[in-house]
Each structure stands twice: as C-alpha cells, then as structure tokens.
Design a binder for this molecule. Structure first.
Ligand SMILES: [Zn+2]
Length: 329
C-alpha cells in the first residue's frame, strides 16, 4: 500500500495522471493442460518418497482457485487416481475431465505414431472409462516432426477422435495442425452452408463435434516453437474448431508479465478460442504451480473482465460441459 501510494505520488509529482495498479483476475480457473505423471508419485497418502500425492496436488489446485482440470498422465494410472478420488476432488471443489494419454512410458513420446499397439491401448482405455465418467479426449501427444502426423497411427487416432467425438490435445507445430485436421472427414471445417456467425461458441465437445462433423483440436502451447502470431491467427481463422492452450507459449507476455501487444490483440480477436494450462510435465511444475497460476491471473487481469473469464474458465467449461464454478461462487 505504501508503495502504491508512493508510486501514485510520483505520478502526481511528474504531472501525469496516476495509473491504477492492474487487478489480477479473481474468478475460477480451468487448468486445461494438467499431467499427473508417475514421477509425481500417484497415491493418496503422503510419504517422504512421494513428492506430490493426491492430497498435495488437490491442495495446490484448491488454493489457486482451479475448479476443473483437463487431466492426463503417463501412464494413465495418474488420471484414473484423480478421477477415482471422488470425495477428495469434490471436497477440493475440482472437477476432473479425463483424457486418454498415448504413453505408457517416456519411450512412447517419440514412437507412438508408428506403434499399432497404441491404438489398442487407447481403445481399451476408452472402453474402460474412468470413475469420473467417460474419457473426453485424447492426448496430450507430441509430434516433434510434423511429418509423423501422416503416420498410420496418427491417422487412425484422429479418425477415432472424430468418430467418438473426442477432443484432442496436441503438442505439435503449425504444419502438423493442417495435417491432423486433414485426417478427419470434416477437415476441421464447418459443414457447408452454415455461416460462421451462426456457430455457437461452445457446447460440449461431443455435441459440437456431432453437429459439425469435426473435432476439437486443442493446440498445446499454441506453437511452442514460436509460430508467428500471424500464422496462429490464420490457423484460427481457417479452423473454427481449433483452440489454443497457452502454457510455454514464447512471446506471450512481455517484461511486466502482461500480454505482449500482439497477443493481447489476438486474444481479443478470438476470445472463445484460448485456454490456460499448467503443463505439469515434470515435478518442478508442481512446485511452481502457485506462481504459474498467479502469472495467469496477472495477465488475465489486463483483459476486459468478460474475456478474462472466458479464457480462464468459460471456454473449457463450456467445451466439456462443466458447471460454472462447480456450483460455488
Ligand atoms: Zn504437457
């Protein structure tokens, strides 16, 4: 407070109008890129050898106002543990939206796209479902070389996602977005004859996909290799069902932790197409979970309130049919 006062006085002394401090976004968060991998030590009891048991990760979500998570893990046991902890997740006010991951271990990251057994893993998991309900998507998967988006397993899984109306969380480059979209019957396009303006912004992923003959592709990191804002803009315009998750996105924020001007403009242009996520791919991300969420709240606070709320919560909540705020204020 004293600092704020001093800063305000400084402004007055300089003859300029005082600038109001940015108020961080204070509403609910939907963590749309969460992993509960085995190295976090998936179990429900604290243990010295277990850095992030369920009680720990749920406490981190709860104290940060994270009310829902898109959960996936290597192997899928972590997602099943979260989905199965019905009482604990309810008590923490967290809704778990489960995704099937394509990985049993780290080796699968770079070979899944040519490994037919991954299709079997996915179909078995989909048939089994989770204690929190059916899986709602596939991923996160990685394609470090976009050409592998044309591999047989990637083609089959994209067709499966479209057929079963599942969303997909993909860590890929901009070239692979085009390739993956091309593997679906809908080609990522809206059905002919239906003007874009008529499209509702949300709806459960399944219902939307059924209506539109396509699937929701969530672009993890929205181009971690630094695809230009112009290129991201062009892909968003080309594929109405493409959504961008913003963790690790290079160039997103500038020195003050606020959105850089070109990203501020892009998020205002597509307020219904972006999501935030933690990407807890290593335990260090769990350690800094508070700071990650605070940094999101910081730049969300620089957006108009309605846009901040969409990106923080509404877009993902609408996509997966999660009740707003889980019935809480
Ligand atoms: Zn990830």
């Amino acid at each position: 407070m004293r600092n704020l006062l001093r800063r305000g006085l400084l402004w007055l002394a300089c003859g300029a109008a005082p600038v109001m401090a940015q108020t961080p976004y204070a509403g609910p968060l939907f963590d749309a890129h969460l992993h509960y991998n085995d190295d976090a030590c998936v179990q429900d009891a604290p243990d010295p050898a277990c850095p992030h048991p369920l009680t720990d990760v749920l406490a981190r979500m709860q104290r940060n106002g994270v009310r829902a998570v898109l959960a996936n893990s290597r192997p899928n046991a972590g997602t099943l543990a979260l989905a199965g902890a019905r009482e604990a997740t309810h008590a923490a006010g967290v809704t778990v939206v489960p995704f099937v991951r394509l990985y049993r271990d780290r080796a699968d990251y770079s070979s899944w796209f040519r490994d037919e057994s991954i299709v079997e893993l996915v179909t078995t998991e989909l048939a089994r479902g989770t204690p929190a309900g059916p899986y709602q998507g596939l991923g996160e998967f990685h394609l470090y070389d976009s050409a592998n988006a044309n591999g047989p397993v990637a083609r089959r899984l994209m067709a499966l996602a479209e057929e079963k109306q599942l969303a997909v969380l993909a860590h890929v480059d901009d070239v692979a977005i085009d390739l993956l979209m091309a593997h679906t019957a809908g080609k990522g396009d809206l059905p002919p004859g239906r003007p874009k303006a008529d499209q509702p912004p949300g709806g459960a992923a399944t219902r939307e996909a059924a209506e539109r003959g396509g699937f929701r592709l969530i672009w993890a990191h929205t181009g971690i290799g630094g695809a230009s804002v112009e290129r991201v803009d062009a892909l968003m315009a080309r594929y109405p069902l493409l959504m961008g998750e913003l963790s690790y996105r290079p160039g997103l924020t500038c020195g003050d932790g606020q959105l850089c001007p070109e990203w501020h403009s892009l998020l205002l242009k597509y307020p219904e197409r972006f999501l935030i996520g933690s990407d807890t791919w290593v335990n260090q991300r769990w350690l800094y979970y508070d700071e990650l969420m605070q940094s999101y709240r910081h730049w969300l606070g620089g957006l108009p309130a309605s846009v901040a709320r969409r990106i923080a919560w509404d877009n993902a909540a609408t996509l997966f049919g999660v009740a707003h705020g889980n019935g809480r204020p």
